[in-house]
Design a binder for this molecule. Sequence first.
Ligand SMILES: [Zn+2]
Length: 393
Amino acid sequence: MMNRRQLVYATGAALFAHIPGAFAATYDLIIRGGRVIDPSAGLDATRDVAISGGRIVAVEASIAGDATETIDARGKIVAPGLIDIHTHAGRSKEGPPMCLQDGVTAWVDAGSGGADNVDAVAAIARGAPQMGRCLVNIARTGVVTPSGELHDLSAANVALARGAIERNRDVVVGVKARLSENVAGANDLEALRRAQEAAAFFNLPVMIHVGQNYSPLRALLALLKRGDIVTHIYAPGKNGILDDKGMLFPDVMAARRRGVIFDFGNGVSDHFDWDTVEKATRQGLWPDTFSTDWSTVSKTTGVVDLPNVMSKFLLFGMPLSQIIACVTVNAARCFPAFDDRGTLNLGAPADVAIMELREGTFEFVDNYKGTRPGRQRLFPSETVLAGKRVAHA
Ligand SMILES: [Zn+2]
């Protein structure tokens, strides 16, 4: 395929001189001078990024030529567009444009809807400005609070879940099961078996929400296959990842070794506390992915936005490039729908998150009002979606 520069040389710029500006520029957009962190390429260096036709066309130390639009990213971080694999962005049409402002260029709604109501979530996903996908809740009602959607096991209807997936194959990427005792009671293992049964028919992953479980975590992990995802991994309380002495159950690392993915899942209540994060990370359990459990009210909770959630692991010494990997290349690998996302490789769709790593005094909060001070925090600055700069809200 010819790029724009070749086209101009081949046909002669004069031919287009009567179209003001249309063919004047070499590229559509150049993001200049940022610290480009693209873990998919092992890159962390000052680079220019050029975009044409909605694709990344050059990543170089200094790109000659002009562009229709330029973003000055000096002093900022330029990363692949962020992928948030556990949100509730599909609950209303206001959600997707809001999280796009945070740099989220692809999201997964994790089980807001089940067989009875996931069609509405799927419609939001299809209409979103960025890539939106969803997980069908194995409970036909979707998330029910506060009583919990799996207390009545008849809600976990495999045939209905399969029908819902079939109707929405273009946007459904997996099945969700919330298995905390307050959601499922003693039905957790059977609900998970049914989630697997619904997912297996389409060869899809299952995401389980854990924390304060009725059954021991190892019993839940035993029902997971390669590519399945555990969210809220640092949930404290009974039947979590740590034993009474604060030691990580060996089953957790064994599950990771056989390809189960461990997701942060910030959320609002009972999903993580600092003490569990500290003990688990000291024993080597870092998240594979960061997610927010985002909803339209997250700005006013401890979530704030995905870059804020990512910043919480700077406190524990996680390298920035590894943090960014979690929400780009690692997150993309969770779902085949995101195969060409989470990267700034040449030819990839030009989804870019520009962030600022500010120095100062910042306070971060867990789900139990526990606060920790930090000296650095990532802030969303600009989002580029399919090669176009997203207007600030
Ligand atoms: Zn959730």
